[in-house]
Design a protein around this ligand. Structure first.
Ligand code: ZN
Length: 317
């Protein structure tokens, strides 16, 4: 087969306090909490998934809230900006909305003909809102804290910072099937499939910056879409045949995952579109109750005893 993803599946980052994380992404960004579960590799901590109404691939930003972890360091070897797509005329609205939430925002810059507003979440994670110049056909969640006419449509792109570009560019092409579509001084833009919002990655070449350290306020990994398990299995085999150090296929309950690192240092994942978030609770109730995979259900009482209590804003109920 020839490897080709159709775009971003999700971005996973590390937060500190889970309650602060929930409050910010629901109230300030207007996303939906689509799943409250635990980190399957560390079940005494949460894994919180935010996205659109049903948590479609390409809409998802997820967090491991690790209250005891140190602050991370932004730098090369990691994804340094996670960008969401918003309607073209909404940037002004977002500036004042974020100011009302006490968020300091950057000047609006124009990149690739799109206005970009950048800010940090309460843990220092860099988030951008991109006013997408072509209509983004994706439906926003229309019951959140942000009016639907301004609401986030889904992921727009991620920026990978690297100290040199060649090996990363080669891996994006051979391991994910991306193609370079633009170059602007030290920023190279790659696209998956048809390109556009949700299918873009920027490679920012920053040789003078320090190496980043992945901890609180940084991105843990960037996941790309595979349509189904058969495609993912073939993809994994091809990566392994070419000598890429790729994990076995892991059951993440809402998708299946493989992981490997691009040569610049960022951890990548390929995740299946199926089965999605409605497999263990109704769509209308997503995120409200702690969900555990079958193999952790026998430990529910112990796990609930360890996890800090979360108060979900009223609108989620
Ligand atoms: Zn992931």
């Amino acid at each position: 087969m020839s490897i080709a993803t159709s775009g971003l599946h999700h971005v996973t980052a590390i937060a500190g306090d889970p309650q602060r994380n929930v409050d910010f992404y629901l109230r300030a960004l207007g996303l939906r909490l689509v799943k409250t579960t635990v980190n399957f590799d560390d079940p005494g901590t949460y894994h919180l998934y935010y996205g659109d109404s049903s948590g479609k691939p390409g809409s998802l930003l997820t967090f491991f809230p690790w209250e005891e972890a140190p602050q991370g360091l932004h730098g090369h070897g990691q994804a340094t900006t996670t960008a969401f797509s918003v309607p073209e005329t909404s940037i002004g609205w977002w500036k004042s909305h974020l100011a009302e939430h006490g968020v300091e925002v950057s000047e609006v810059v124009n990149r690739d003909d799109e206005d970009v507003l950048t800010f940090r979440d309460p843990d220092g994670l860099v988030i951008a809102l991109v006013a997408h110049s072509q209509d983004d056909p994706r439906e926003p969640w229309d019951h959140g804290f942000v009016p639907p006419e301004h609401a986030v449509r889904g992921l727009h792109s991620v920026t990978l910072s690297v100290d040199r570009e060649e090996a990363t560019a080669e891996a994006l092409s051979s391991d994910l099937g991306l193609r370079q579509v633009a170059e602007d001084s030290n920023r190279l833009r790659f696209a998956a499939g048809e390109g556009g919002a949700g299918a873009l990655v920027d490679v920012l070449v920053t040789p003078d910056e320090p190496r980043g350290r992945v901890a609180v306020g940084t991105v843990h990994h960037v996941a790309w879409r595979a349509p189904d398990e058969d495609t993912q299995a073939a993809w994994r085999e091809e990566l392994a045949d070419r000598g890429v150090n790729v994990t076995s296929i892991l059951d993440r309950q809402y998708f299946r995952s493989i992981y490997f690192r691009e040569p610049g240092g960022t951890l990548l994942e390929v995740a299946t579109d199926e089965p999605g978030f409605a497999i263990d609770e109704p769509l209308l109730e997503l995120g409200r109750a702690l969900k555990l995979p079958p193999w952790l259900e026998p430990r529910r009482e112990e796990i609930e005893g360890i996890l800090p209590k979360l108060n979900l804003p009223q609108q989620q109920l």
